[in-house]
Every structure is written in C-alpha cells, then in structure tokens.
Design a protein around this ligand. Structure first.
Ligand SMILES: [Cu+2]
Length: 343
C-alpha cells in the first residue's frame, strides 16, 4: 500500500491527468481486499443496544454537549415541572374536594399569582434557550475541515466521494444475510456489524480530524444520520447541505437513512469507520486516491480553491474503471429493480 501511495504521489506530481489511469491500476492491484472489514464492529459504541435506554454513547464533542444538555438539563427540568404540576393537582383535589371545602372561594384575580405564573414559564424558556442556542452555534460554526466527504443519497443506497483525495467514489450497499445470497456472494458477518446496519463499503475517516460532510441526493430526499455523532441532515436533490464531525475514538459507527424515501428506505444503512490517520492514508491509497499533503503546492489544480470541482475529472473516471473490482456497483441496478418489483 505504501508503494502504491508513493507511485500515486509521483504520478500526481508529474501531471494531473495521469492520476486516473494510475488510480485504476492501484485499485485493480488491491482488488483482492479481504471481504472481512479491517475494523470489527463494536457492541458498545455506534450501535443500538438491545434493551438500552436513552441516547447512544456520543463520540463527538458536539454529541457530548447535546447529550448532556438533554440528559442533565432538559430531562431534569421536565421531571421537576411534571412532579410539581402533579403534586399541585393532587393537593388541590384532596384539600379542596367538596367534602372538605363545601363553600368554594369566589376569588377570580390575584395579581401576585398571575405575575408568578407568567414570569416563571418565561424564565424556564430562557433557561432552555440559552444552552440550546449555544449548542446550535457550536454545531453551525465548525472548525476548518481537514477532510471533505461528499455524501450522495440514492434510491436505495449511498455513494461517497472523497474530493480531497483524488475524487474516488464508493458505492455503499447494505450487506445481505447469508441465507439471502447466492453461493460465492458476500454476506454479512458479525465483524461487519449488526443485521440491517452492516454495509459493503464503509465511509472511512481519520480519528481526531474535522470531517466535513457535503450531503446531497440523486433522486428524492434522504437524510444522512449517525446517532453516535449527533448528526442528522437532509440529503436534498439539487442542493448541498453541510454537516461535520470530529471523532476521537476509532471504531465503527452505524446510522440509517432518516427520511422516508421509498420502498427500500429501511435498507440503506450508513457505516462510518474511524481509523488512525496512518491507516486512513493507507486506505485512501488502496482505493486509488491520494492524500492532499502529498501533492505539490504548485500544481495548478491542487485542492486549494474548490476541492469539489478539481475532483470532477477523476471522480468521473475512476468509479467506472474500478467497477469490475466492485461487485456492489455492478449489482446495484439489479438489486433496485428486484426491490421495486417486489414492492
Ligand atoms: Cu433514503
């Protein structure tokens, strides 16, 4: 892999158009990648745990801030208000029942109480609004991105592009169970992840780096959601939405399309594999991509201005060329047609 990466670097340095053919070669050379994933899925993190209560364990700073806001502040506040109202109701029902209080009070105004029951809710809302707006501000002012991944929703699978890394593309389909595949076809193992969540191609991102996700769709509205990152954003055709994540803990984190998008909406899971940086570079090389730092700064089309547009040429060239090595991409139309026919 290191050799492949070095070869990529030199060819990229020589002339940008040479990237695509070399990339194809690199992909072809490493097409014998084992079917089992490099990182096995975890039973604790990034998966819905049977019988567990509450929100998934958060692995981003934003996620931890949001989960704390929810678990510590909102939940406490809701519990206190509910208990207070319940106690007030119970006291009134007992203390002022007809038997104990035959002549009811005819009071219709009490300025003090009216001021209190107006001010207290206002203060409660302010107490919720301040941490809530602070959280939104943190979510919507991300630090400068170290890596950009373009996420594209399709009926009913995801494609992922790496514009900063030569523009290679992954086609990610849900893995079928062993009983549902023909002999010789790849099926889900426990290392891939739980049933209905495991995929053949995971998004791989480096640990401890700010990753920007540009999210869009090819057909209808989907939504890119990874609960352990506190990330959920719509994938709209013709628009690009942006979200981000900085995950410190290596591991595999699962999500699902979270916008009803058609018959097989429930069958387009998301799996994000977070790996140490060196491993990420090796993975990029194995996909025929390059690391941004390995390009010469003087290259006219280097990433600086618009990573998306500079990636256009290799992005168009690579997936088709790499497709024979990627049976998921070849299989895809058949899968969808079969699914549509079934439904
Ligand atoms: Cu969808």
């Amino acid at each position: 892999m290191a050799l492949a990466a070095a070869a990529m670097t030199t060819s990229a340095a020589a002339a940008a158009p040479a990237v695509a053919p070399t990339a194809i070669e690199a992909t072809a050379n490493t097409s014998a990648t084992p079917a089992t994933p490099a990182v096995a899925a975890d039973a604790q993190f990034g998966v819905p745990r049977p019988g567990a209560l509450g929100i998934q364990e958060q692995v981003t700073e934003i996620g931890r801030e949001a989960a704390t806001f929810h678990n510590v502040w909102l939940l406490t506040l809701c519990a206190v208000i509910s208990l207070f109202v319940l106690a007030l109701l119970a006291y009134t029902m007992v203390r002022y029942r007809r038997g104990a209080n035959p002549t009811p009070s005819r009071t219709s105004h009490n300025t003090f109480i009216e001021v209190v029951w107006t001010l207290v809710p206002v203060l409660i809302l302010v107490a919720i609004a301040i941490p809530s707006i602070r959280l939104l501000q943190h979510q919507y002012s991300p630090p400068a991105a170290d890596l950009t991944v373009k996420v594209i929703g399709n009926q009913w699978y995801w494609t992922y592009q790496y514009p900063d890394n030569g523009g290679f593309e992954l086609v990610s389909n849900m893995l079928k169970e062993q009983s549902d595949v023909k002999p010789g076809e790849r099926f889900r193992t426990d290392a891939d992840g739980p049933k209905m969540l495991a995929v053949d191609e995971r998004i791989v991102i480096p640990a401890g780096k700010v990753v920007k996700f540009l999210v869009t769709s090819n057909d209808v509205i989907h939504a890119f959601a990874v609960p352990a990152f506190w990330t959920k954003i719509d994938a709209n055709p013709g628009r690009i939405n942006e979200t981000w994540a900085k995950v410190d803990r290596p591991g595999v984190y699962f999500g699902q399309c979270s916008e009803l998008c058609g018959a097989r909406h429930g069958y387009m899971p998301i799996a994000v594999e977070v790996v140490p940086e060196a491993q990420f570079a090796a993975w990029v090389a194995s996909k025929g991509g390059t690391m941004p730092g390995s390009r010469p700064a003087a290259t006219p089309d280097s990433t600086g201005a618009s990573p998306v547009s500079t990636a256009a040429v290799p992005a168009a060239a690579q997936p088709q060329a790499a497709a024979p090595a990627d049976n998921a991409a070849v299989e895809q139309p058949a899968t969808n047609q079969a699914a549509t026919a079934q439904n």
